[in-house]
Design a binder for this molecule. Structure first.
Ligand code: PMP
Length: 412
């Protein structure tokens, strides 16, 4: 009988290999709240890495509502379909439906679960799921798990999407049926660019496909004149008919935790029956639901947070361009700087931390090989000075490491 190596030894080898390739992810333990001020190992840092785009994670009214919500019990004590579904969840769902302009909404415990659960509930064997190559991992995992034929297209490439729709249509003819789900991020989490949703919705209509939009980074921060916080689909003028499956998380602009799917009454009723990550997990803690309601109320009643975020984005892009930093084409709160190789990104992020700034060093497999980047995220809670100071330190660090805007090989 051949003996296998002890588990710890195998894992140690694999971890060492990850370290050697500069792909090891450090778990940073923060002492303070996740506002723009944090503390790591006793050192105060300004964070440009959180998704708390509106600064609501530390908003006193949200915290007070969450504390009051704990009176309903520390936990939901069961899954939603058993006894874990409370009035506070219903109130949150009504608020989300109102904010997104949809008939109904369903609250999930996380965005990851919402994406996996929704895709697996909507499509399966004999169907087609079409995804953008840069989709978030949770959409990718949903596509892998659902057993539908999985087709992918080059990032935001409409001609490539159409080719996959044609292929899915051929599959449908051959099989004598089957549905087509097109799943995309509305705002790409590592690039900050927006999907061409209007054109995608038009293609979906032509080919009889359903469009699912992940609003993780759009909800709360963008929208239309009527629905200013609804997300990127609303900003593109898409209603329930054009974007029938809208997913969003409450862990980013709402500054909290949890997620939702919004759409028709039938969609929500259906997901309650068939979305396994909704059915087989403990309901969202009531305090979290109460905190989320307060955050959504603020999104609606205090547009100033969105306006401040817009100003910070404008300032960042203007000054970064003046300083010759390698901006990516993003108009959102996600402003990555593409550095290319993993080692450089780790070194520059390390230098920024020494100078008092926490910025994410994003490497494969989160992004494609050769596109390692600093993921800088802006928040309404940042001051003008904090943004300016970050940019000056960044410009200095890039010069120090011999990186400058005139090196096309690095930037492109
Ligand atoms: N979709 C996208 C585009 C995301 O960026 C994230 C969070 N990283 C998720 C889904 C998952 O959301 P959650 O954090 O609520 O699980």
């Amino acid at each position: 009988m051949t003996s296998t190596a002890p588990l710890a030894e195998v894992l140690r080898q694999r971890l060492a290999e990850r370290r050697e390739r500069n792909l090891y992810r450090e778990l940073k333990t923060l002492a303070a709240a996740p506002g723009p001020q944090a503390e790591v190992d006793g050192v105060p840092l300004v964070t440009f890495s959180s998704n708390d785009y509106l600064g609501l994670a530390t908003h006193p009214a949200v915290i007070a509502a969450q504390q009051a919500g704990a009176e309903l019990g520390a936990g939901a004590t069961a899954s939603h379909l058993v006894n874990g579904h409370l009035e506070v969840h219903e109130q949150l769902q009504d608020r989300i439906a109102g904010l997104t302009g949809r008939e109904a909404a369903l609250v999930f415990s996380s965005g990851y679960l919402a994406n996996v659960g929704t895709i697996c509930a909507l499509v399966g064997r004999g169907d087609n799921i079409i995804s953008d190559r840069l989709n978030h991992a949770s959409l990718i995992d949903g596509a892998r798990l659902c057993r539908a034929e999985s087709l992918r297209f080059a990032h935001s490439d409409l001609a490539a999407l159409e080719r996959q729709l044609q292929r899915a249509q051929r599959n449908r003819k051959e099989r004598g049926g089957g549905n087509i789900l097109v799943a995309v991020d509305g705002v790409y989490s590592m690039d900050g660019d927006c999907a061409p949703l209007r054109e995608m919705a038009q293609l979906c209509r032509e080919y009889g496909a359903w469009l699912m939009v992940d609003e993780a980074h759009g909800f709360g921060v963008m929208g239309s004149a009527e629905l200013p916080a609804a997300g990127s689909a609303a900003a593109a003028g898409l209603g329930q008919d054009e974007a029938p499956v809208l997913m969003g998380t409450l862990g980013k602009a709402a500054g909290n935790a949890g997620a939702f799917v919004a759409g028709s009454r039938e969609l929500v009723d259906y997901l309650v029956q068939f979305a396994r990550p909704y059915i087989y997990t403990t309901g969202m803690p009531p305090a979290i639901a109460a905190g989320n309601i307060a955050a959504l109320d603020i999104m609606q009643s205090e547009p100033g947070h969105r306006e401040r975020l817009r100003q910070r984005i404008g300032q960042f892009r203007r000054r970064a361009a003046e300083l010759g930093l390698p901006l990516m084409p993003s108009a959102t709160a996600i402003q990555p700087l593409l550095l290319g190789d993993e080692e450089t990104v780790v070194r520059v992020a390390g230098r920024l931390q020494e100078r008092g700034f926490l910025v994410g060093a994003i490497r494969p497999p989160t992004v494609p090989a050769g596109t390692a980047r600093l993921r800088i995220t802006l928040s309404a809670a940042h001051s003008e000075k904090q943004v300016e100071d970050l940019l000056l330190v960044l410009a200095g660090a890039l010069v120090e490491y011999g990186i400058n805007g005139e090196s096309p090989g690095v930037w492109s």
